[in-house]
Write a protein that binds this ligand. Structure first.
Ligand code: GLC
Length: 573
């Protein structure tokens, strides 16, 4: 493998700019409506124009797509609809030749129900070795017709699905914290542990530089507590003792310590980042140097646009990262959440799910405000010490696509979160009155931030590919396309290009110093090299400090920083 990357730089990940690619929606090279690996390779020059240190690819493995690829049927292969392993190797080479490293997504909590091991488990007897790789249990009730307990899944309702024996009769139940098509592995099983080491080695040997670990906090469960009730999934309120039945158990760290030993066999050592929705201080346990090394901080991702909240989050996270010798991470968008340009264009307390369910009709979206605030907030996070994670399309200023039609939705969050409202609804079909039920979806899901990127301002799928995109793109994508923004000074794309290039140039130590502004709406900090970042969230116009104005998120007059604007200044040292 050609490597122009600096192999001696073992700290490259500490302050990197990492771009998340959702492969099926990035660029379609073969006209089947799905983005693919060759599509990514064809856009390396674009990625380079963003001065990135790395890209992270959401799953591209063979998958029945019950959960956007997070239901993996074969961990050591490429979905044939997305390409081949040779295509993958070529993509890695092309990225490495352009100094861009590669992260892949590892999904260890569950596989797809199409995975060979799960199929083998279904065909095998209760108590068999094949079943022990997953979590099968007998049901309750006279004939085992009731689930073993009341545990719930993220894609509601029950976390248990009854399997069928090979002769078609109903059999045992299996656990899935997500969709029924995503059976959970039994992480007490050594074969499972060894197989994931094999997967990590497989990709690391192919030149992959880092791994993003999906639901890293869920792998170990206390199945001795199967009789305990757990009717509601906990979020950040999981106990801080490491003894919850399902999440963030202390034993999970043994797994990552073993992974770290493998990562350190490589030069430079492979890196990893945990997706762990747990309390902030517990999150850092995953980031310990003898474990994954880094953990996502999702605090800004879920925070409102508010100066005080931002400041608190920034301060806390910089401090927290240091406790375990890690660096901070900053995330404003990902494939699971409403895009920040939309969030900031809605009232602070808006219920985003309800708004999506109304197809964006129940509250008007202030696009100009959302976009202005999103640009400013992005610049703020790019100036912070640590890693900045950028989700594809945010550099184009994309909004959430709020009005996807029901028949187009793919997310299990939409499909599975339903309530049966009435058993007595009658409706007419072909002249007959039929008794039925009204099914009401309670979550719109995450498809609105996963709509394929617009590369050109016209064409069947705005240059995404030659066929219709797998999720329909709205007409307003035209003005957000790469083509319409390239070379346009005030476009969001050119702002990201400029800011990321300056960030790479002026990157400094991991320290920041806060400067008093006298206005709680204005945040001002500087890095050790006198690189200043000033952001006015909503206060009166603020006078910028002396020095060269490097870039501003919106045009300013003289040295006055208006609200919803961020500026970077290089002050005289
Ligand atoms: C993570 C992924 C999400 C997926 C879930 C189950 O939270 O980010 O997209 O649905 O894990 O794998």
């Amino acid at each position: 493998m050609v490597l122009s990357l600096n192999k001696l730089d073992t700290d490259w990940w500490r302050q990197a700019a990492i771009y998340q690619i959702y492969p099926r929606s990035f660029k379609d090279s073969n006209g089947d409506g799905l983005g693919d690996i060759n599509g990514i390779t064809s856009k390396v020059a674009y990625l380079k124009s963003l001065s990135l240190d790395a890209v992270w690819l959401s799953p591209f493995y063979p998958s029945a797509l019950a959960d956007g690829g997070y239901d993996v049927s074969d961990y050591r292969n490429v979905d044939p609809r997305l390409g081949t392993l040779e295509d993958f190797d070529q993509m890695v080479t092309a990225l490495h030749n352009n100094n861009i490293r590669v992260f892949v997504d590892i999904v260890p909590n569950h596989s797809s129900d199409q995975h060979a091991w799960f199929q083998e488990a279904l065909a095998s007897k209760p108590g068999s070795r094949a079943r022990d790789r997953y979590i099968f249990r007998d049901g309750k009730g006279k004939n085992g017709e009731l689930p073993p307990n009341d545990w719930v899944s993220h894609f509601a309702p029950s976390a248990w699905t009854r399997s069928k024996n090979s002769d078609g009769t109903p059999g045992q139940w299996y656990l899935h914290l997500f969709a029924p098509e995503q059976p959970d592995f039994n992480w007490d099983n050594r074969e499972v542990q060894l197989d994931f080491l094999k997967t990590l080695k497989f990709w690391a040997d192919r030149g992959v530089d880092g791994f993003r670990i999906d639901v890293a906090h869920a792998l170990k469960k206390d199945m001795s507590k199967i009789n305990k009730s757990y009717p509601k999934l906990k979020g950040f309120d999981i106990t801080d003792k490491g003894n919850d039945i399902l999440f963030d158990r202390n034993e999970v760290h043994e797994i990552y310590r073993e992974w770290r030993k493998l990562f350190n066999e490589y030069n430079p050592p492979r890196v990893a980042v945990a997706e762990a929705y747990v309390m902030a201080k517990r999150r850092m346990l995953y980031a310990r140097p003898d474990e994954l090394g880094q953990a996502f901080n999702f605090d800004l991702l879920v925070a409102p646009y508010d100066a005080k909240t931002f400041k608190r989050i920034i301060k806390d996270n910089i401090k927290l990262a240091k406790t375990e010798g890690s660096s901070s991470t900053w995330v404003l968008n990902n494939h699971d959440k409403v895009r920040h340009a939309t969030k900031y264009g809605l009232p602070k307390n808006a219920d985003l799910n309800q708004w999506l369910l109304s197809d964006g009709k129940d509250i008007p979206l202030n696009r100009a405000q959302g976009s202005k605030r999103a640009r400013a907030a992005s610049m703020l996070t790019m100036a912070l010490p640590g890693c900045v994670y950028i989700y594809q399309g945010e550099e184009l200023g994309l909004f959430e696509v709020e009005d996807l039609q029901h028949q187009d939705l793919q997310d299990p969050n939409w499909i599975r979160n339903v309530e049966i409202k009435s058993q007595r609804t009658f409706f007419k079909k072909e002249g007959k009155t039929i008794k039925g039920v009204a099914v009401v979806h309670t979550e719109k899901g995450r498809d609105g931030c996963r709509v394929p990127l617009p590369w050109t301002s016209s064409g069947r799928s705005f240059g995404f590919g030659s066929a219709d995109a797998h999720l329909p793109q709205p007409s307003w994508f035209a003005e957000h396309s790469v083509q319409s923004q390239t070379g346009v000074n005030e476009s969001t794309l050119e702002l990201y290009r400029m800011a990321l290039a300056l960030r790479a140039k002026y990157q400094s130590t991991e320290e920041i110093e806060w400067i008093k502004t006298g206005d709680p709406e204005v945040l001002h900090f500087k890095r050790e090299n006198s690189w200043h970042c000033v952001m006015n969230f909503g206060g009166a116009t603020y006078t910028l400090p002396a020095g060269e104005i490097l870039v501003t998120s919106a045009p300013i007059k003289g040295r006055s920083l208006p609200k919803d604007t961020c500026a970077w200044i290089m002050a005289p040292q």
